[in-house]
Design a protein around this ligand. Structure first.
Ligand code: SF4
Length: 401
């Protein structure tokens, strides 16, 4: 369970005001001291995430957050972090102390949850104390549970309710969903260059192979250098060729024009993000400001090689094709002031959930900032985007438009 990537865990986020009993609930769920519990308001400052296997939900990542009524500049920053976590949650547990009156921040949280799209459950904590009148009818019927977190095993009814809610969570699509059928042969092209991690394949490749096996397809994997002769000796036409974006140009040149071809990065643009918004964002390349600013974002840390994609190759291509005076920045976290950037180019985001990626995209889109992903940009830069989009007719049509 600890080896399950966060991207594949159900993300459960606890929210509420300070001293609502969030950390006690966390400990009750984990049946141990996973979070520090104290009567001093504001004990939890930064979000704390722990992994647990919870009933039918399987691997879950549970995050305890700072109180929504936190004070001062630091408090506001913590509330910002809590909001970011809520944007990526599969299920939200809104905790309120049963023995205290409703406070304004709690009314605001409830309003946001009721107006939002994420599943949530109200938790009335301190079930061993007398229930305050205002809490008795605070939550809508059927949307809450009353809990005494000091009693061992009391979380069982909550876990059952969570299982029901989590069953409605939108499932992230798999890499080749809708693109292949049983018995198909799919050719995967993965350069093994200096940038490749030693002794293993990267996550998008591994996930794609597993998805092909789950769909009773055959996956044939080779390096771009072997492709030309191997393809000609193959004897059958693969249903699809999927390449690493960096080898797109060579791969497209080495196989017939009528061979369906796409990239791992485009599969992940569809799996994790909003490819329609990426395509719409291409328009921004036409009249890009001469001294515009582009932020390249990655979702995990990895060892950078000399010709690193995010810090070297993409900026170089962008300057050649769009504007030589464009300035580049790099980040693994959300920028504090997104509006300072004219464009975002994001990695495939294989290590984060679709919700996390969509949460970021929502923020950029609201501010009118165009976003591309690595694969889409590289396919465009190589003049191969129409071909890479052929396997996705609705996206190809959007691009044509
Ligand atoms: S999350 Fe992004 S940077 Fe990290 S391995 Fe996946 S694609 Fe690469």
């Amino acid at each position: 369970m600890n080896d399950t990537p966060l991207a594949e865990s159900t993300r459960i986020v606890l929210t509420g005001v300070r001293n609502a009993g969030k950390s006690s609930l966390m400990n009750n769920l984990f049946e141990k001291n996973a979070a520090i519990v104290s009567d001093t308001p504001g004990t939890t400052t930064d979000p704390v995430t722990r992994k647990i296997e919870l009933g039918k939900m399987g691997p879950c990542a549970v995050t305890d957050t700072a109180g929504f009524d936190d004070e001062g500049d630091l408090g506001q920053q913590r509330i910002g972090k809590t909001r970011n976590r809520l944007k990526t949650a599969d299920l939200i547990l809104f905790v309120t102390p049963g023995d205290k009156p409703v406070v304004q921040e709690e009314r605001e949280i409830l309003k946001e949850l009721q107006g939002g799209t994420r599943p949530w459950i109200g938790i009335i904590s301190f079930g061993d104390r007398e229930l305050h009148d205002e809490k008795a009818d605070f939550f809508p019927t059927g949307e809450f549970i009353r809990l005494d977190n000091s009693r061992s095993g009391s979380a069982r009814p909550l876990i059952e309710l969570m299982e029901k809610k989590a069953a409605k969570v939108n499932r992230e699509m798999t890499p080749v969903e809708g693109l292949v059928k049983e018995q198909d042969l799919v050719l995967l092209v993965t350069p093994i260059d200096l940038a490749a991690p030693a002794g293993r394949l990267i996550m998008p490749q591994v996930e794609t192979i597993r998805d092909l096996l789950d769909r009773d397809c055959a996956a044939l994997i080779l390096k771009e250098r072997e492709l030309y002769s191997f393809y000609r000796n193959l004897g059958i036409k693969p249903s699809l060729v999927i390449t690493d974006s960096q080898a797109f140009h060579k791969v497209a040149a080495d196989i017939p024009e009528d061979q369906p071809l796409t990239s791992f990065s485009l599969l992940f643009a569809r799996k994790k993000g909003n490819p329609a918004y990426f395509i719409e964002s291409l328009k921004a390349l036409r009249d890009f400001p001469e001294k515009g600013r582009v932020l390249v974002m990655e979702s995990c840390s990895h060892h950078r090689q000399a010709d690193d994609l995010g810090t070297v190759k993409i900026p170089r291509l962008f300057k050649q094709l769009v504007g030589s005076r464009v300035e580049f920045g790099h980040s693994r976290t959300m920028p504090e002031h997104p509006e300072e950037w004219d464009m975002i180019i994001h990695c495939a985001g294989c290590m984060i959930t679709q919700k996390a990626m969509l949460g970021k995209l929502e923020t950029f889109r609201e501010k009118g900032i165009p976003v591309l992903n690595y694969g889409l940009f590289l396919a465009w830069a190589n003049g191969l985007l129409p071909r890479a989009l052929e396997p996705f007719p609705e996206l190809a049509a959007l691009y044509e438009e």
